[in-house]
Design a protein around this ligand. Structure first.
Ligand code: NOJ
Length: 566
C-alpha cells in the first residue's frame, strides 16, 4: 500500500485511549449514507459532507465504523472483496479516504474499518492465480481438497459434509485443478487457508497498511471462522430444522488454535495505544463471545438482536450477558446490516405498539447497558425495515436458494438509504437511489426529526449527551433489580460517587412505578424520559427529587433515566 503520509492526531477527543469502552460507535453502511455525485450510491465524500451531523455538535458519537469500502464485484454487497488495499472507485479515491480520516479526526472522532479476512471474492488476484494451478505462490492460499471419491456416473464427491451458510453445499468443483474449494458464504467467496505459509503475513500486512493510514480500529468479519480443522473432518450431525442446524459446527469454525492466531493479530493493533478491534462472532453464543473478549478487543454477541420485546426476556438477556461477560467488556448491538432493524423487530412482539415509543425505549437500553453501544445508521431515526419487491432484492442468499431446509431474510430491507430531508431522493442523492427509500421518507428523515424535540433522533442525542457526562453510564457496574412491576425492567449503573437508575416499561399499558430507593438517603433526579412534553420531560422534572415511596407514571414503552450524585 503506497500511501506514506503523516496521520493527523484525533483533535480534542471526548475520551482518551479507552474511547472504545466509554464512547459510542456508529456503523455507516457506505452505499446508503450519503451520495455526493448523483450516481445513487453513497460514497466517502458524502460521508465527509455529513460528519457534522455525527460529531460533537450533532449526534455526538465518538467513532464511525465503515462497512467494507474496498473494490468488490458486489455480490455480497462489499463483503466479497477483490482488493483489500484500496478504495472502490464507486466510493471515491484513496485521497478521499485520507481526507475522511483527517476530517473525522479533526472533529474528535475515530474511524474503524471493516476487514474481511475469512474469504475473498473469486475475482481477487490471489484466487485467480490459485484456481489455475496446483503450483505457484498462491496455490495453497485457499481451502483446496481432492474429492472423497466419485459417484457411479464419475462425478467427483465433496471432501466432507461441510455446508455453505448461504445455502447449498460448501464445496465447489474447479475443473482446472480437479479439486474442490470451500466457501462458507457465496460460491464466489472462496475461503482463505490461514494455515498456508504466507497467508497470515499477507493478511496482517493488510491490517498494518490501514492502521498506518490512521485507522483507529478494525472490525473483523466472521473472525471465529478463520481457521478450520486441519484434517477437514466432517461435522457431526444432529437433529435440527435446517440443513445448517442439523450439523454441529465442530470443524468448520472455532478451532482450538484460533485464540493464538487472534492474539498475534491483536498484538499488531496494540502496537499503538488507543487502537482497538471488534470481532464479529459467526454463528455463536454469548459465552463464546465473552470467551474471546479482551481489553481493547471487543466481540459482538447477538443476544440483544434476538431477544423479544418483553420485560421477562429483556431481563433474562441482561442477566445472561452480565453473568457470562463478568469482568470482561460487552458490546451492545440491536441492529446492523444483517439483521432486521430494531424498531421493526421489537415492535412485532407487542400488540400494536407505537413503534416510535418502542424505538425510544430501545434507545435507552442501548445507551445505558454496560458495554460499548454500536448504533446502526438510521437506527437513530427509528427507521423501519423497508418492503423490497423480490425483483429489487440485492441479497443473493435470499433468491438463489429456495428450500425448506434453508430460510433467509432479505437483508436489502435493512440497508436502504438514509433519508436526510423531504423531496425526491430524500437528500440522499440527486439521482436514483441504488435501493428504494423508506416509504415514509417524506416525514421520517433527519431534518424533520431534528426539528421535533420528542423524536427518536432527539432522544438519541440526549441519551448520548447524558452518557458522555456520566461515568456510571460509561464504565459503572450493572445491577439488575428484581422484577417488581412485571412490565418494568430496572437496573442500576454504579460508579461509586455517581449512580444511574434506569426504568423501562416494556408493556402496552401505563403503569405506576415505585421508584426503588434502597438504603441510600440521597434522592434520585430525573435526567431523561422518552415520553412526555416536547423536552422529553427532562427539564420539567429534573428539579423533582424522588425519595422513599415515590412513584413515576410510565407510559407504554417509556424509558426513564434517574441520576444520584454527591
Ligand atoms: C458477515 C457480514 O456481516 C455479512 O454481511 C456477510 O454477508 C458475511 N459476513 C460474509 O462476508
Amino acid at each position: 500500500m503506497a500511501h506514506p503520509r503523516s496521520v493527523t492526531a484525533v483533535r480534542s477527543p471526548r475520551f482518551g485511549d479507552d474511547w472504545w469502552r466509554r464512547g459510542v460507535i456508529y456503523q455507516i453502511y457506505p452505499r446508503s449514507f450519503a451520495d455526493s455525485n448523483g450516481d445513487g450510491v453513497g460514497d466517502l465524500p458524502g460521508i465527509i459532507d455529513h460528519l457534522d451531523y455525527l460529531g460533537p455538535d450533532g449526534l455526538g458519537v465518538d467513532a464511525i465504523w465503515l462497512s467494507p469500502i474496498y473494490p468488490s464485484p458486489g455480490l455480497d454487497v462489499g463483503y466479497d472483496v477483490s482488493d483489500h488495499t484500496t478504495v472502490d472507485p464507486v466510493f471515491g479515491s484513496d485521497a478521499d479516504f485520507d481526507r475522511l480520516i483527517e476530517e473525522a479526526h479533526g472533529r474528535g472522532m475515530r474511524v474503524i474499518l471493516d476487514l474481511v479476512l475469512n474469504h475473498t471474492s473469486d475475482q481477487h488476484r490471489w484466487f485467480q492465480a490459485s484456481r489455475q494451478s496446483r503450483s505457484g505462490p498462491y496455490a495453497d492460499w485457499y481451502l483446496w481438497r481432492d474429492p472423497s471419491g466419485y459417484d457411479d456416473d464419475g462425478h467427483p464427491l465433496p471432501p466432507n459434509n461441510w455446508l455453505s451458510f448461504f445455502g447449498g453445499p460448501g464445496w465447489e468443483w474447479e475443473p482446472a485443478r480437479e479439486q474442490f474449494y470451500f466457501h462458507t458464504f457465496l460460491v464466489e467467496q472462496p475461503e482463505l487457508n490461514w494455515r498456508a505459509p504466507g497467508v497470515e503475513d499477507a493478511q496482517f500486512d493488510i491490517a498494518r497498511g490501514w492502521l498506518d493510514r490512521g485507522v483507529d480500529g478494525l472490525r473483523l468479519d466472521v473472525f471465529n471462522a478463520f481457521l478450520k480443522d486441519a484434517d477437514v473432518r466432517s461435522n457431526p450431525v444432529r437433529d435440527g430444522t435446517t440443513a445448517w442446524g442439523r450439523q454441529e459446527h465442530r470443524y468448520d469454525r472455532d478451532q482450538p488454535d484460533f485464540p493464538d492466531l487472534i492474539g498475534r493479530f491483536r498484538a499488531i493493533v496494540d502496537e499503538v495505544p488507543g487502537r482497538m478491534s471488534v470481532g464479529e462472532l459467526f454463528d455463536g453464543t454469548i459465552d463464546r463471545a465473552a470467551g474471546l473478549t479482551e481489553d481493547r478487543h471487543l466481540v459482538f454477541d447477538w443476544g440483544l438482536t434476538t431477544m423479544p420485546w418483553r420485560a421477562a426476556a429483556v431481563r433474562d438477556t441482561i442477566e445472561l450477558r452480565e453473568g457470562l461477560f463478568g469482568q470482561r467488556w460487552p458490546s451492545s448491538v440491536m441492529s446492523n446490516h444483517d439483521q432486521p432493524r430494531a424498531a421493526t423487530r421489537l415492535a412485532q412482539t407487542g400488540e400494536a405498539p407505537d413503534t416510535d415509543a418502542v424505538a425510544r425505549g430501545a434507545a435507552v437500553l442501548l445507551m445505558t447497558l454496560r458495554g460499548t453501544p454500536f448504533l446502526y445508521y438510521g437506527e437513530e431515526l427509528g427507521l423501519r425495515d423497508v418492503e423490497i419487491p423480490a425483483i429489487e432484492c440485492v441479497d443473493p442468499p435470499a433468491y438463489r436458494f429456495t428450500s425448506a431446509d434453508f430460510t433467509w431474510w432479505d437483508r436489502s430491507r435493512c440497508r436502504t438509504p438514509l433519508p436526510w430531508s423531504p423531496g425526491a431522493g430524500a437528500g440522499f442523492t440527486n439521482g436514483r437511489p441504488w435501493l428504494r427509500l423508506n416509504a415514509d421518507a417524506e416525514t421520517r428523515n433527519v431534518a424533520g426529526e431534528l426539528a421535533d424535540a420528542g423524536s427518536v433522533l432527539n432522544t438519541y442525542r440526549r441519551l448520548i449527551q447524558l452518557r458522555a457526562s456520566s461515568r456510571a453510564l460509561q464504565t459503572g457496574t450493572l445491577r439488575l433489580l428484581p422484577a417488581g412491576d412485571d412490565d418494568v425492567v430496572a437496573f442500576v449503573r454504579d460508579a461509586g460517587d455517581e449512580a444511574v437508575l434506569v426504568g423501562l416499561n416494556i408493556g402496552r399499558t401505563s403503569c405506576s412505578w415505585a421508584v426503588p430507593t434502597g438504603n441510600d438517603a440521597r434522592p434520585w433526579r430525573v435526567a431523561l424520559r422518552t415520553h412526555g412534553d416536547a423536552s422529553g420531560g427532562a427539564n420539567a422534572e429534573s428539579a423533582v427529587e424522588l425519595r422513599q415511596g415515590s412513584t413515576l407514571e410510565l407510559a407504554p414503552d417509556e424509558g426513564v433515566v434517574l441520576v444520584r450524585t454527591g
